[in-house]
Write a protein that binds this ligand. Structure first.
Ligand code: UD1
Length: 424
């Protein structure tokens, strides 16, 4: 397993390009199962989760080729409807294939994704949605078996209210409803930009959708869709991670290929903490030359502060002179990084879904263990700001969601290197 060795203390300076959104690509890729043909997905991030989805698509008969950041998908021979445990267990987003398979073929057998490093992540809302669209659902041997009840194998439009505004359930139901007979309405639908981008892609494929970007999405089913090309939106979580990295190292950086509108909540908090930001249509510059002010965050659904930036913010607040509260209202148990951050000298107390970070003590390098994707990012950020050497173990978690992280950080002047398995 690869690890990072970081010599902390360098001020990050310079300019980097942000990749396409991981969570954007993971929704766009399964959507191509809805119509036979060839697709070009531009600005696709070249990272482990995309490779995992490509392998799963391969099991379903599709052909995926990632050339740099150009992903070519051919679904001409994609006629299989079983998503096996071996692929699904690696990544929860694999569950996105359920909606397209069921809508296109009238049946699907998809492994349940299982738990997550930081606690339970149910799929009940996905299943409730499919039932409302006229599917019979059973769970056998760890697999969800879904079948359209209608004799013609078609799903039927319906009204689905999501108790929780789930990103994954909204995307799955949206894809399934495009080929259902009649009209589907999703209320309390996710507002996240990756879901809006998915909806736009489906529109380009011929779907009839209104209300994208609002909490009520209406879909009028069509008989068939056709292939389309798409450019993946920028990764707002990757962007937020590098902005915080610069803020933590007294840095001055510019990010290119970003959508500042998608980052409003993070930008607001960075400004509140004392950073100077300069924002243009697709670039953001950040300059920081002092300790941050203690700044509380509470995660919320979009456009609130993202749960995927909670760990990085906790790391940042270790440098503030005073106490800050970091509350996660999306995932109550998502605090695996707290004890690891403590190894670098942080004072973090977690009670229920809230962490109190008492910052201001000098951080010193240590060996730390990654537990999940964003927790790993928080450890790298802490290592960049700490005095001395930090070893971040098990960075395969990072590779799931950050394209060439050590190359980007090196370009910004960080002292970071990857040690390959055989060298450890
Ligand atoms: C997506 C993102 C993930 C992000 C999360 C929240 C992808 C591939 N992943 O995950 O990076 O952290 O949104 O922004 O886009 N819930 C239920 N029942 C369900 C589904 C969800 O109760 O059937 C709950 C979850 O436990 C959680 C909340 O809804 O408390 C939000 O989860 P959800 O938006 O579904 O997250 P994902 O789509 O899995």
């Amino acid at each position: 397993m690869d690890k990072f060795i970081i010599e902390g203390g360098a001020n990050l300076k310079g300019r980097i390009k942000i990749a396409g959104a991981k969570n954007g690509s993971l929704a766009l890729m399964p959507a191509t199962l809805l119509a036979s043909g060839t697709y070009h997905l531009k600005n696709t991030p070249n990272l482990r989760d995309v490779w995992t989805m490509s392998r799963l698509m391969g099991e379903l008969g599709a052909f995926c080729e990632l050339n740099g950041n150009d992903l070519f998908i051919d679904t001409t021979k994609a006629d299989k409807t079983i998503a096996p445990y071996e692929q699904v267990k690696k990544m929860r987003a694999s569950f996105y294939v359920l909606g397209p398979l069921l809508a296109r073929w009238g049946e699907a057998k998809v492994s349940l994704p299982g738990g997550c490093a930081w606690g339970p992540r149910p799929v009940d809302l996905h299943l409730k949605g499919m039932k409302k669209l006229g599917a019979e659902i059973s769970v056998e041997n760890g697999y969800v078996i879904a079948k359209a009840k209608s004799p013609n194998g078609k799903l039927k439009g319906g009204h689905i209210h999501l108790d929780v505004s789930s990103v994954g359930a909204s995307g799955n139901i949206l894809m399934a409803a495009t080929l259902a007979e009649g009209i589907t309405t999703i209320t309390n639908a996710a507002l996240e930009p990756e879901i809006t981008a998915l909806g736009r892609f489906l529109q380009d494929m011929g779907a009839k959708i209104s209300g994208l970007g609002t909490s009520t999405i209406e879909i009028e089913g069509v008989d068939e869709l056709h292939p389309a090309d798409v450019t993946t939106i920028p990764d707002r979580i990757e962007a937020a991670t590098y902005l915080i990295a610069a803020a933590m190292t007294g840095g001055h950086i510019e990010l290119q290929n970003v959508n500042p509108y998608h980052l409003a909540a993070v930008i607001d908090k960075l400004e509140e903490s004392g950073c100077e930001l300069d924002i243009n249509s697709d670039t953001i510059s950040l300059k920081m030359d002092k300790s941050p002010k203690p700044t509380n965050v509470t995660t919320a659904i979009y456009p609130g502060f993202p749960t995927d930036v909670q760990a990085q913010w906790m790391s940042y607040m270790m440098l503030a002179n005073g106490s800050s509260h970091v509350v996660d209202n999306i995932y109550y148990d998502r605090f695996k990084h707290a004890p690891e951050l403590s190894r670098l000298g942080a004072d973090v107390d977690v009670v229920d879904n809230a962490a109190i970070v008492t910052g201001g003590k000098a951080l010193s390098g240590a060996t730390v263990m990654s537990s999940d994707l964003r927790a790993s990012a928080s450890l790298v950020l802490a290592g960049l700001a700490a005095k001395g050497e930090t070893e971040v173990l098990r960075i395969y978690h990072l590779d799931r969601g950050y394209e060439a992280m050590e190359e980007k950080l090196t370009k910004l002047g960080a002292n970071i290197q990857r040690l390959k398995t055989e060298l450890i």
